[in-house]
Design a protein around this ligand. Sequence first.
Ligand SMILES: [Zn+2]
Length: 604
Amino acid sequence: MPPRILAIAIASILVAETILAENIPIELRTGHASHAFDHLGGFADQADAAAKSGATIIYASGVGGLGYSGLPPQNELDATLKRVAAYSAHAKQQGVELAIGYLCATSIVKLDTFDKNWTADFRRQFKTPPAEWRQQDRHGQPLKSWYGGDYAPACMNNPDWRAYQHAMVRYQLETGHEGIFFDNPTVHPQGCYCAHCMRRFGRYYEGHAAKPVGPESTNDIEAIRKLALWDPELFLRFRATIARDFLADMRDFARSINPRALITCNNSLNSPGVLYLQSRLYGYNIYELSKAEDFVVVEDMATQPRTDAKGKTLEYGPTYQQLQAISHGKPIVAVTIAEADYHTAPNLVRLAMAEAAAHNASYLSWPTWPEDQRARMIAAVRPQADFLRRHEALLNEAPFRSDATLFLPFRRWLETEHCTASDLAAPLTKANIQYRTICEDDFKLPELTEKTKVLVVESLAILTSEEKAVAAEFENSGGRIVTANKTDWLDQVRSVVGKPTITLDGPPTVRAVVHDQPTRTIIHLYNLNIRRVSSFDDHVTPAENVTLHAYVPFADPRNIRIESADPETSQQVANVSVIKEPTGTIANFTVPRLQINALVIVEK
Ligand SMILES: [Zn+2]
């Protein structure tokens, strides 16, 4: 390795990454926040179970269900508002800090009866009947729901639908919710060609088309429809901004009622492989959505961290990295489940919470348990929530150490359904290589040079001419680029990294993630060797004798200690030694037994 690179490597330890922590409300900070849905099928209003299991943020129905059905008669609505307000107040008394109310961003259920209970006063705020609020095809005919059922998809650009949603936001905030979770913020796979979308697309076209040849007037809806057909890629890009603009409008409105109101949505990502595809199909574009959200919620249906029956490990760490790359510094929250079962066994919940925290994110649980499991689940989950909360100071303002940078060219969603960077992130995580992921916004010097010695890109051919120039400068200053279109790319990364930030000798199911603070290095360890037995049972195979060799960014480590919520995990490290090399100081130690999760803290 040329000496220049070593200098870069050491510098990368010392340069603290700027995280916009000052903009993140304290309730959303990693470790402080414990997110939970309070309802699942027949289990409604589970704020008590959520709070007892350590949840501080609940996702409550509130008036969401009434909202998408068009509201009940006034006396029923009044009674519901009263009941919801009492429930929110009760949740706060149990320790819940934020109640986030549910609203569907696009669903009109049972159009025929949607407006039958509206008072004249309520109706007066709309210029058109709900039938005209629906998304429309290229001929202006209403589009059927792509989910099936009684849903008629409303258009998020329709001003009357937005006015209706404002009214629902007001009900939610006035009944004790501090924010809104918008479900289904999606655009029909064909796109919506309603007049409101077309006028907006006309303006978008003027601002974004390479060679605008557009219609002379943005009121010529037919002409803009033709334009959308003529430039399908630009129309696809435009569709990815519709939900973002809707959320921005809802956030402005919510903040006119409560200046601290928070807005998020279901960013979908049902599996890590659909990052690009969901943008193409439904306009679920996390890069755009996260511009308008206060925090980013994703709902994975299969990637709960664990070891499956065949011994294969599943994990969400690589996806957390990618989400951070495209989410503009907003907090990331993920619910990960296994085999489409919304119940998750207790040790798997603890593992998922630990995995999220290691990646500076939060896990969203479903503490919606049958009564005979409730006390047992609360007793199992609570210690991990308390542990993370107690160690909040170690989980924030603690940037990742990275030996490598993975480039996620998110713009490629326009060209392909397949995100190659996702394929590359998984083996990097599995190999315990410390890396960070960046999208095109951060592909620039000097940041690249300061923070990494190896840049992993799927292929040089996907770089823009500006990026190629940056890449050349990066190489000129001693950096190396590994292109992953060769089968031995991971070995190349290892070879260029040379002496890595951390080396782990132990079972292949153990992950280590290294973070730094000015006076300490924090190593998150978690063990994926937990098998799902059923909805409420799992089996942990502890990792024995996990030996670590970790570079620390200071000369004389004073103390190495373990913190863990697991009674079975070793409370002290063994075989401690410190070696000073020309490349830096290495702390060597063994964790004799790792049950689920531990933080190893090496202090200056
Ligand atoms: Zn529309």
